[in-house]
Design a protein around this ligand. Structure first.
Ligand code: 5RP
Length: 231
């Protein structure tokens, strides 16, 4: 499977749902990048698009093609949010956060009138969990929070699983908001909504990468075509 071709096609397909004057939630990652790329012509043609980006990386890309970047206030209506995913199950539950943007992504997806997920077909799974679950946590007292995460995981049936502070090339990874990411190798998550609730109850846990019941539509694509999963 040519995954990059799938990402590009999914991004182009999602761009068909964009209308003039819309305020868009803009996701993060290589697939979300394809969606923003697909908006370049519309932005150049004066469609008056405004964007709420979920990362600095996406903000730079969107700004460069002429999308007006806005900081949302209480009156902001996000018409449509479009984002990638790391995994998606048949109930349209997701694991996100591979790009450490999960908190902002969840805030924006939750606020949007419609949330469309775009993915190459490799992201479709029968059950979530092969991709390590990212959890965004507060740096203060982080090791204590990790101890509690291990305890909650153990009582949910995930005793002794890998729980790691995310680091790249020897550097601890921080989200744009300055938080840490903990990756949990769970294997298979049978009840993602319950696990999300249990993890969120731990002081120090800011957000989890489980997006349950949020996606209105998932656009899967590969080099041969597109398939749509929606309620
Ligand atoms: C970033 C995310 C991304 O949407 C997810 O990691 C998918 O990324 P990609 O499109 O590069 O495969 O959740 O926090």
């Amino acid at each position: 499977m040519d995954r990059q071709a799938g990402k590009k096609r999914a991004g182009e397909e999602a761009a068909k749902y964009v209308e003039r004057g819309m305020t868009l939630g803009l996701g993060t990652g290589s697939t979300a990048r394809c969606f923003v790329d697909a908006l370049a012509g519309k932005a150049a043609d004066g469609w008056g698009l405004r964007g709420v980006p979920t990362s600095e990386e996406t903000r730079r890309q969107a700004e460069a093609i002429g999308i007006e970047i806005i900081i949302p206030d209480e009156t902001t209506v996000i018409d449509l949010a479009v984002d990638g995913t790391d995994e998606a199950d048949p109930q349209r539950n997701l694991i996100k956060g591979g790009g450490a943007a999960l908190l902002r992504e969840k805030i924006v997806a939750n606020a949007a009138r419609r949330f469309i997920v775009i993915a190459d077909k490799s992201k479709r799974v029968a059950a979530l969990g092969a991709f390590a679950l990212p959890i965004e946590i507060e740096p203060f007292g982080w090791a204590l929070t990790v101890r509690n995460i291990r305890a909650v995981l153990a009582s949910a049936g995930f005793d002794g699983v890998g729980v790691e502070l995310r680091a790249r090339e020897g550097e601890v990874v921080k989200s744009d908001g300055g938080h840490l990411i903990i990756d949990c190798a769970l294997g298979r998550i049978d009840n993602p909504a319950n696990l999300d609730r249990a993890l969120k109850a731990i002081p120090g846990v800011i957000e989890t990468g489980l997006f349950c019941g949020m996606a209105d539509m998932i656009i899967y694509a590969d080099e041969t075509g597109v398939s749509i999963d929606q309620a």
